[in-house]
Design a protein. Structure first.
Length: 259
């Protein structure tokens, strides 16, 4: 990468960390989309994991008094089960598939019957969502939309959602780092300078968001968080669909041109 591109990525990381620091979500979803456009998938996953571990770790530290620990432990059991399964298959998806999965998952969670609506206080749901979200993390780089919908479905306040979700995400992104940095056959390395910039930018953006989160009400938080998830999910569905359609069309065009 050129120095200009690295600087631009640093600014983007500050902005996405600010967004995640404010809502506990959405920032990582935007960042992975940009990284997937710039890098091979394994390299994008490794850099994204470093960035999100710094962002979520700092956020969890800032709001540590509001962490709900039982949902964290139950969620991580599900994550461990999924990582064990994926370590056997070592599957790495195509970009269109990853983008489509990013977009579809929040709508799937919202369509669930009332009896099994997301509830982060439920033990079986915590394990189930932990497994599914970890699978999505390894397919798409984030579990954001589904995980966000899961935590919004409970009775947590905005600080508890941000703190608890951040704690879960530190472990999830660490598992992603291990998977794409060492387990898969196409394991990626990471430039230490870029990693340092990512960590510093993530911590800065997260710190800047704290005062604004304090000023919001729980109602405002939930309304804007839901709108953000829906908007970003729709974009990824459109982008993934376009890539899925464009690839065979271009292949057919190239074949016709060669003939």
């Amino acid at each position: 990468m050129t120095s200009i591109m690295i600087a631009a990525l640093g600014l983007l990381m500050v902005g996405t960390a600010f967004l995640s620091g404010l809502f506990g979500m959405a920032g990582g979803l935007i960042l992975i989309g940009v990284l997937l456009a710039l890098m091979p998938l394994p390299a994008a996953m490794v850099l994204h994991a470093i960035t999100q571990m710094a962002s979520n770790g700092w956020r969890a530290l800032l709001w540590r008094a509001h962490i709900r620990w039982r949902p964290v432990f139950v969620y991580l059991i599900g994550c461990a089960l999924a990582l064990a399964l994926w370590s056997i298959t070592r599957y790495v998806p195509d970009k269109p598939v990853a983008l489509l999965m990013l977009g579809v998952t929040p709508f799937m969670a919202r369509m669930m019957p009332a009896g099994i609506k997301p509830n982060p206080d439920s033990i079986w749901q915590g394990t189930f969502y932990g497994s599914v979200c970890m699978g999505l993390m390894l397919m798409t780089g984030v579990s954001g939309p589904l995980m966000d919908t899961f935590f919004l479905g409970g009775q947590f306040g905005r600080r508890e959602i941000v703190a608890t979700k951040a704690t879960c995400q530190v472990a999830s992104h660490f598992a992603k780092l291990v998977y794409f940095g060492g387990i898969i056959d196409q394991a990626a390395a990471l430039d230490p300078v870029l990693a340092g910039i990512a960590i510093a930018a993530s911590m800065l953006g997260t710190s800047l968001a704290r005062r604004l989160l304090e000023a919001m009400s729980d109602h405002q938080y939930r309304v804007w968080a839901t709108r953000l998830i829906t908007t970003i999910a729709c974009y990824y569905i459109a982008h993934g669909s376009w890539l899925l359609v464009r690839t065979p069309v271009l292949a057919a065009f190239d074949k016709g041109g060669l003939q």
